[in-house]
Design a protein around this ligand. Structure first.
Ligand code: F6R
Length: 247
């Protein structure tokens, strides 16, 4: 696992964008796994800039998002569909037909999850999966205790995650209780993983993820087992690491 420590959030975002852009240039029809949340916003901003100023071409790129809240329609301002279109997709030349995000209003959620896995396989698998990390070490909505071999499925959100996300909803009561999420096994099938972390609130999670034992109680620790995983953490997020890592 490669750990890159950057000065700040801006630099973390730029280093990540460089990696993503290099892949798109090398393989224009690549398959990206995408995350929502605050962390990848700077990465998306930089990719939009590269599209507008340097013609980075997304027309053949396929994307699969990690997760979506159950019960929120795509047009709901807190849905991950809405988030992705507002913050990224509407600013680039992505083909709508190549965008996949789990559907929070699916009638048969189990069937939908199976379908989602099938679409990933049909697309040839994910080339590069972008991840954020929860303060409790979750990846996507795989909360502590999630099976390390899990596939796309419905999960109950922990109180901590609902608290963390309440800032987007106004109050914790409005945060949905369930989400559809790619599983840890699904994430680990990606050919490459890029986990981003910024800020003090992530310092402990990053320490355990990089230096702790692999455990389902901190799902991100499984990334240690991935043959091509990079963590890009800014100085604050890396502040509890005891080893020396690439600057
Ligand atoms: C979002 C996701 C979550 C976030 C994590 C960190 O699609 O899967 O695991 O990556 O909760 O969120 P932020 O970046 O808002 O701190």
């Amino acid at each position: 696992m490669l750990v890159i420590v950057t000065k700040d959030y801006e630099e973390m975002s730029k280093v990540a964008a460089k990696k993503v852009a290099a892949l798109i240039r090398k393989k224009p029809n690549c398959v990206l796994g995408l995350a929502t949340g605050s962390t990848p916003l700077g990465l998306y901003r930089e990719l939009i800039r590269l599209h507008k100023e340097e013609g980075l071409d997304f027309s053949k790129v396929t994307t699969f998002n990690l997760d979506e809240y159950v019960g929120l329609p795509p047009e709901h301002p807190q849905s991950y569909h809405y988030f992705m279109w507002e913050n990224f997709f509407k600013h680039i030349n992505i083909d709508r037909r190549f965008v996949f995000i789990p559907h929070g209003m699916a009638d048969d959620i189990e069937e939908h999850c199976r379908w989602y896995e099938e679409q990933i396989a049909k697309a040839g698998g994910i080339d590069l999966q972008i991840l954020g990390i929860g303060a409790n070490g979750h990846i996507a909505f795989n909360e502590p205790g999630s099976s390390l071999g899990s596939r796309t499925r419905i999960k109950t959100l922990t109180e901590q995650t609902r608290k963390d996300n309440a800032r987007f909803f106004g109050s914790i009561d409005q945060v949905p209780k369930y989400a559809i999420t790619m599983g840890i096994g699904t994430i680990m099938d990606a050919r490459e993983i890029l986990l981003l972390a910024s800020g003090k609130a992530k310092a402990h999670a990053i320490k355990i993820t990089v230096e702790g034992p692999i455990t389902a109680m901190v799902p991100a620790t499984i990334v240690q087992m991935h043959p091509r995983a990079t963590i890009i953490a800014d100085e604050e997020a890396a502040s509890e690491l005891s080893g020396k890592y690439e600057g």
